[in-house]
Ligand binder design. Structure first.
Ligand code: GLN
Length: 461
């Protein structure tokens, strides 16, 4: 696949320009580190798949070039002794690790306002949020500072910011990309995903990072995701649109952009039909029990002894209390408290146990439509456009609602992609396609055709 070779000094200038504007999308970025990698690449005799492509890496993915902080005081300055499998594969394929990108602390949030190192501005409209939790990655790709970026998607954190910023965001099926070196949040939900300005570019990155990895027991013994991207139309394809994802209070511009997309799908030969995912309303409450439960267990290691910046004390319990009390921000503390509560004896059955039952029903809904001949599902990615900074940050319930269309794919482990499908008053609108588990190739093939049918920059009306 041909790739544009960026001039590394230009990459440095592009990232610097975005950061001079105060977007705050990077947490680590050094010109020398970028240029050194570029020089080493230039000396490699063989040509490489990614050929000097500049990449942003979300700062909850371990790198050797830069610290890995998860945008938390707890890990400020932390340098991982190893790098993520996805990162070493990108480097081996000729990618340049240009910078680490800002995120909601430990990837918990939907606006990148929960970073301990300051919020990320929307790249087009500074008083709006870029979405989250991978807001820095989305903003940098949208601003044209890097060619592609990695994010993590536990409950929508690649697709929702991709929609808000107007870029492509792909979350692979659970198990298609190694999680080795991704700092764990919700281990049954977490996947590394990709941001790029086109499906072709996103697919080329996924092709590099995916595939079996003995270092991650949850990574499937499968070949890398390699879509052909040769399909020219959608003839023979059945696209379902789940009624539950088009509620009465959906933003009218988003509805208009979705209607236009559905017309384009039909014109390209797809059979488009209404379907039902009857347990869709359980997704957000189910996610906000399971994700915090898993997070509370995963974040127990940050105690100032095993991991995390220690607040010294003469007494062990005080050391734990001070380290965790000062190291974690409000949102992370809230999740740990909720997660500990739903797992505690006496409440386990009422919350965690019931959430697992709900998860089973959500998985069953998706399996039923895909077994019934539907190839892919189409939905809006978000119920609203990028909201104003400060609008949801004091209201955790309002923040959760922004995940209403995206977190079900994580609960079901299925692949999903958000594409730009229009704009409203300059703000991007995302459309989401979801596929059956492990049907990542088909999903990307379809997304590639759809991208050619729709002008993502056109005003929706
Ligand atoms: N917004 C969701 C949350 O706050 C999803 C986060 C994610 O995917 N990392 O948990």
């Amino acid at each position: 696949m041909p790739q544009a070779t960026p001039i590394p000094s230009d990459v440095v200038a592009r990232i610097a320009r975005v950061e001079e504007r105060g977007v705050n999308a990077t947490l680590a970025f050094e010109a020398d580190t970028v240029l050194q990698q570029a020089r080493a690449l230039a000396e490699r005799p063989e040509t490489t798949a990614l050929d000097g492509l500049a990449l942003g890496i979300k700062d909850n993915i371990c790198t050797l070039e830069y610290p890995t902080t998860c945008a938390s005081r707890m890990l400020e300055g932390y340098r991982s002794p190893y790098e993520a499998t996805a990162v070493s594969r990108l480097k081996a394929a000729g990618g340049i690790i240009a910078c680490k990108t800002n995120l909601d602390e430990f990837a918990m949030g939907s606006s990148t306002e929960h970073s301990a190192f300051g919020r990320v501005e929307h790249p087009l409209v500074p008083d709006r949020v870029p979405g989250g939790s991978s807001g820095g990655s989305a903003a940098l790709v949208a601003a044209g500072a890097v060619e592609a970026a990695l994010g993590s998607d536990t409950g929508g954190s690649v697709r929702q910011p991709a929609a808000f910023c107007g870029v492509v965001g792909f979350k692979p099926s659970y198990g298609r990309v190694s999680r080795h070196g991704l700092v764990a949040f919700g281990s049954s939900l977490d996947q590394i995903g990709v941001f790029a300005s086109s499906v072709t570019r996103a697919a080329s990155i996924v092709g590099v990072i995916s595939g079996r990895d003995p270092s991650d027991a949850t990574c499937r013994d499968l070949d890398p995701v390699q879509p052909a991207l040769e399909r020219r139309d959608l003839r023979g394809l059945v696209v379902g649109f789940p009624e539950e994802y088009f509620p009465a209070d959906l933003d009218p511009a988003i509805r208009a952009a979705c209607d236009k997309t559905i017309r384009a799908l039909r014109d390209a030969g797809a059979a488009v039909k209404a379907v039902s995912l009857p347990h869709a309303a359980l997704a957000v409450p189910c996610y906000y029990v399971i994700a915090p439960a898993e997070a509370s267990a995963n974040l127990a290691r940050y105690d100032g002894v095993r991991y995390g910046n220690r607040v010294p004390s003469h007494e062990l319990f005080a050391l734990y209390r001070e380290t965790r009390g000062r190291g974690f921000g409000d949102e992370v503390r809230r999740r740990i408290i909720v997660g500990t509560y739903v797992l505690s004896s006496g409440y386990y059955d009422a919350y965690y146990g019931r959430a697992q039952i709900a998860r089973g029903k959500i998985v069953g809904d998706f399996a039923a439509v895909f077994d019934d001949g539907v190839d892919v599902l189409f939905t809006p990615t978000t119920p609203t456009l990028a909201f104003k900074a400060g609008e949801c940050v004091e209201d955790p319930i309002a923040m959760c609602r922004t995940d209403v269309f995206v977190c079900s794919a994580n609960l079901a482990g299925i692949p999903a992609v958000s594409l730009p499908i229009g704009r409203s008053e300059g703000l991007p609108i995302g459309g989401q396609f979801m596929g059956a588990a492990l049907a990542d190739e088909l999903l990307l093939d379809v997304a590639h055709v759809v991208e050619g049918l729709i002008d993502g920059a056109e005003e929706a009306r």
